[in-house]
Design a protein around this ligand. Structure first.
Ligand SMILES: Cc1ncc(COP(=O)(O)O)c(C=O)c1O
Length: 388
């Protein structure tokens, strides 16, 4: 049997480190998923999720699977064969939405932008005007594959004035960056537990507006996925508690604990923490001659893509970070493979100690591999942010 007790410092694109209280919650004694204790927990989770998504949406629940299931749930419930879907594509996750739209038999209308940049809101609004019959418009708030931070307000306001629905991927942004589901006119939003919520991977928080639920009720065909059919799942999570599947009890205990931790810290304080540590890392890397790769002014706080210096072996650096310092960071995906590192500062992983340790470790490794840089410059630059 393989048994690992290694505690990694998780500074990749996810999962992030989990708080000890969340890990303890995972080991609580099991109860049945229709036990009154679990039914109370379900209500508690829905209330906490509403606070975190900043929504009053009745249908606000964790889907019993990872973030990709949240994406698929939004698309399969809101699209039928032949429908049109406008999709912003500037990285892996917009590309994945296009794939799902095609599998449904709907027509994707991609609005593309170079990887690392945002999808211009005016281009999405233009696509909506050109395709007023589009059922949905979809954007990825935090493109984890590139580090680009997509603005949502303008598109939300434009979609609100139409019959279309606004779907937002908040897998990486929820609880790490401002997100106002109701105020911004988002109709369907999904996330994942393993990023800024700092819970293990396994659940996908999701919320549907009344407009989205209305569209679900007016479908002509059955939802293509039995497991992700929200018209059935809402009866399981609603007052009826009608059995649909066996909810992952332990993961729900863990999620409730993670959401309590978010409330205890305060959403805004948590956002500011993510911002401060991003700024410290950014300044530290820049002092070491390692610039961030995503579009200036549109860079995520929780996921930093860093340009790999020429002549430096991407995989070797990541291997040494893991072997010698216990630190995981991510490599680039798609066209960014071998060109960037992806450094996550998400949830519990977003700490001053992690910023300073990573900068120190990177400096030692890069020097060893022949990159010249001023002694301790990264840590000094980061400290001036962290100290203030
Ligand atoms: C923006 C975004 N969307 C969707 C997903 C898919 O989530 P999961 O890997 O939990 O299925 C991820 C995972 O990294 C993500 O970063």
């Amino acid at each position: 049997m393989t048994e690992s007790h290694t505690t990694r410092i998780l500074l990749g694109p996810g999962p992030s480190n989990a708080h000890p209280r969340v890990l303890r919650a995972l080991s609580r004694p099991l109860v049945g998923h229709l036990d009154p204790i679990f039914l109370t927990l379900m209500g508690e989770i829905q209330d906490l999720l509403r606070k975190t998504f900043q929504t009053d949406n009745r249908l606000t629940i964790p889907i019993s699977a990872t973030g990709s299931a949240g994406m698929e749930a939004c698309l399969v419930n809101l699209l039928e064969p032949g429908d049109k879907a406008i999709v912003g594509v500037n990285g892996v996750f917009g590309t994945r939405m296009i794939d799902i739209v095609g599998r449904i038999g709907a027509e994707a209308i991609p609005v593309e932008a170079p990887w690392g940049e945002i999808v211009p809101p005016e281009a999405v609004i233009g696509a909506l005007k050109a395709n007023p019959e589009a059922k949905v418009a979809c954007l990825v708030h935090a493109e984890t594959s590139t580090g680009a931070w997509q603005p949502l307000e303008e598109v939300g306001a434009a979609v609100r004035a139409t019959d279309s629905l606004f779907i937002v991927d908040a897998v990486t942004s929820l609880a790490g960056a401002p997100l106002y589901v109701d105020t911004w006119g988002i109709d369907a939003c999904y996330s994942g537990t393993q990023k800024c919520l700092s819970c293990p991977p396994g659940l996908s928080p999701l919320t549907f507006s009344e407009k989205a639920l209305d569209a679900l009720r007016r479908r002509k065909s059955a939802v293509q996925s039995w497991y992700l059919d929200l018209s059935m799942i809402e009866k399981y999570w609603g007052d009826e508690r009608f059995y649909h599947h066996t909810a992952p009890v332990s993961m729900n205990y863990a999620l409730a604990e993670a959401l309590h931790l978010v409330q205890e810290e305060g959403l805004e304080a948590r956002w500011r923490r993510h911002q401060r540590h991003h700024e410290a890392l950014r300044d530290g890397l820049s002092a070491m001659g390692l610039p961030l790769a995503a579009q200036e002014g549109r860079r995520l706080w929780m996921l930093n893509s860093v340009t790999i210096p020429s002549g430096i072996d991407d995989a070797e650096v990541r291997k040494r970070l893991l072997a010698d310092y216990n630190i995981e960071i991510g490599g680039g995906l798609g066209p960014l493979k071998g060109k960037v590192w992806r450094i996550g500062l998400m949830g519990e992983s977003s700490t001053p100690a992690n910023v300073l340790l990573l900068l120190t470790a990177l400096e030692r490794i890069l020097r060893d591999l022949g990159k010249d840089m001023p002694d301790g410059a990264g840590v000094m630059a980061a400290s001036s942010i962290l100290g203030s």
